[in-house]
Ligand binder design. Structure first.
Ligand code: ATP
Ligand code: MG
Length: 579
């Protein structure tokens, strides 16, 4: 491809909403352009990279025995109502009515449609196991689209769905995908970590997330230094804290007037105490039940852990009227003393149970209670009392005695064991060896194609631009004739271009009549891994210069052998990724 003929609109300035390096560089290097909030067009260089990632994913899915199909993005809302996910997805799902008044959704994922097909096409255990996948656009009306293509409203996802007859076979299908994912990220050249994850609203029994470690990621990975444990923040377990011992006898609880102090910090300032000595009382509603959850003032509730404690049912924060009814006070003054009898369940976080004494809301407007002793002033045992781990891990926590460390990352893929949640609801059953109608055991496996692209840039860039891994670079080689108007230079560049193109290499020839400096700037920005510079001086000596984007210096190579040298370089860069 000739630079003069390809649309690569590199720019100096980036819009203010481009906060992170990958977003800025994708715009500066002319890979993408924004159409509207969270929707992007991929220009030729961007699309070439995206296609390469899709091809690697496709090859690894096929190698693992999955079969590619294509299902519609436009899906009947009814299917989503049958599984209950029309409600679960809430406003994140794009819905639209057709001209006949029928409701459709633009698929945010495709469990429902794949299960619908399984239900029609799979009848016998003889057809199992089977794994079907697609690579297609997905739509999510994200509350806050940001970070360019990392959190967009339309994005490319590879989604695969496995159907198995029993647990053992499901585990094999799951591990085949898990291993295929390792190969995908390895081949794309992106560093990754695998962490245990919660299954969330997907349902199911097990999940792993593939995360690219980098500062601009929105996910937090929690791990122990020896690598024995790694989970995402939603899942990360913590050891219970040691029970604090009180200095002497704690006086009985005392209500204190705390007018005009709303936040934990304000209360602490007023009462001269610390957030770690405060007990927050959160009121939740779950079906018809009202629950109270106690969390230390400096901790955050973990909704996923709460869902686990409730046996897989998600609870929502109660509305104002419910809170006032249960606590007898306006919002902001709930406290555990006397509350256990007024709620269906009192869930006490381990760290609260470990306190020797704390400060809480008084269930009375503008009052807090001091000298509250867990176990003395509110119960830690009883039919409706649960003491559990329901908070996020924080610095200082341990797991199995080892300190927990924290690292930010970008979730690029996730694998789930789904079990029978979808197959039961949509009737995806098969006759087993004994002729018994049995629901398929399912797994689902997603990869964010665009996120791989952005993560690679997050990981590999410098102040001048992108530094692509060769496997996903838009071109493998860039040939830069320093002066296109010089006949010898142009001719030499053209010859090497032809030799490499014939050898099957993806080459970009910068045939623009621009100053060398401008071309070099663009070269660094678009980040092609190998650059062949054809300059006056070296050509006069019978040489060209070959340089890796990762290197500072170039090496002189005789013109005749240049194509061969480049081919060998490509081989060695590629084989590094295949290891
Ligand atoms: P997140 O927690 O980041 O919102 P998710 O867990 O909801 O993502 P999944 O349903 O597991 O995402 O989707 C599979 C993959 O699709 C994710 O691992 C991610 O790489 C990608 N993905 C999800 N949402 C987006 C988005 N808004 N923009 C780009 N890629 C996305
Ligand atoms: Mg996910």
């Amino acid at each position: 491809m000739r630079y003069s003929q390809i649309l690569v609109p590199t720019v100096k300035e980036v819009p203010a909403d481009a906060e992170i390096p990958s977003h800025q560089l994708m715009i500066r290097a002319g890979l993408i352009r924004k159409v509207a909030s969270g929707t992007y067009t991929y220009l030729p260089l961007g699309w070439r990279t995206l296609r390469k990632i899709m091809q690697i994913v496709r090859e690894e899915m096929d190698r693992a025995g999955a079969q590619e199909i294509m299902v519609p993005c436009l899906q009947p809302r009814e299917l989503w109502q049958q599984t209950g996910r029309d409600a679960d997805y809430g406003e994140t799902m794009c819905r639209l009515q057709d001209r006949h008044g029928r409701w459709n959704v633009l698929g945010p994922t495709a469990e429902e449609v794949f299960t619908f097909h399984a239900s029609a096409e799979i009848n016998s255990y003889k057809q199992l196991p089977i794994n079907l996948y697609q690579i297609s656009p997905k739509f999510r009306d994200e509350f806050r689209p940001r970070f360019g293509v990392l959190r967009s409203r339309e994005f490319m996802m590879k989604d695969a769905y496995s159907f198995d007859a029993d647990e053992e076979s499901l585990h094999e299908s799951y591990m085949a995908m898990y291993n295929a994912y390792c190969r995908v990220f390895q081949r794309c050249g992106v560093e990754y970590v695998i962490v245990e994850a919660e299954t969330g609203e997907m349902g199911g029994s097990g999940s792993h997330q593939f995360t690219v470690p980098c500062e601009s990621g929105e996910d937090t990975t929690v791990y122990t230094e020896d690598g024995a444990y790694a989970a995402n923040l939603e899942k990360a377990a913590v050891d219970p804290l040691a029970k604090q011992t009180a200095d002497g006898e704690i006086p009985t609880p005392e209500n204190v007037h705390t007018p005009n102090v709303g936040t934990i910090e304000a209360v602490c300032g007023f009462l001269k105490t610390q957030p770690a000595e405060m007990i927050k009382t959160l009121i939740y509603a779950c079906d018809d039940d009202v629950l109270a959850v106690l969390i230390r003032g400096d901790h955050e509730l973990n909704p996923e852990k709460l869902t686990q404690v409730l046996g897989g049912v998600a609870a929502d924060l109660a509305d104002e009227a419910t809170i006032e009814k249960v606590t007898g006070a306006k919002v902001g003054f709930a406290g555990p003393v006397g509350l256990a009898d007024r709620v269906s369940k009192l869930i006490v976080d381990h760290a609260v149970a470990a306190l020797s004494v704390g400060v809480t809301g008084a269930n009375q407007a503008d009052y807090h209670t001091k000298n509250v002793v867990p176990g003395r002033d509110f119960p830690l045992e009883g039919d409706n009392i649960v003491v559990a781990d329901v908070r996020n891990a924080v610095q200082g926590d341990t797991y199995q005695g080892k300190p927990l460390l924290f690292k930010r990352g970008i979730e690029v893929g996730q694998v789930f064991k789904l079990g029978t949640k979808y197959s039961r609801k949509l009737g995806a059953t098969f006759l087993d060896e004994n002729g018994v109608d049995t629901p398929c055991l399912m797994g689902c496996y997603g990869i964010g194609i665009n996120r791989i692209m952005a993560s690679a840039i997050e990981l590999y860039h410098d102040k001048n631009g992108i530094v692509w891994p060769i496997s996903i670079a838009p071109f493998e080689v860039l040939i830069t004739p320093v002066n296109q108007d010089d006949e010898t230079i142009a001719q030499t560049a053209e010859t090497i271009y032809n030799q490499l193109t014939e050898a099957g290499v993806e080459v970009l020839l910068d045939d623009r009549s621009l100053r060398g400096g401008v071309k070099f700037k663009d070269a660094d920005l678009i980040g092609i891994p190998i650059r062949v510079t054809v300059g006056k001086k070296s050509v006069a000596e019978g040489n060209v210069e070959v340089k890796l984007r990762t290197d500072k210096d170039s090496a002189k190579t005789p013109i005749e052998g240049a194509a061969q040298t480049v081919l060998e370089l490509i081989q060695s860069l590629k084989s590094n990724l295949e290891k």
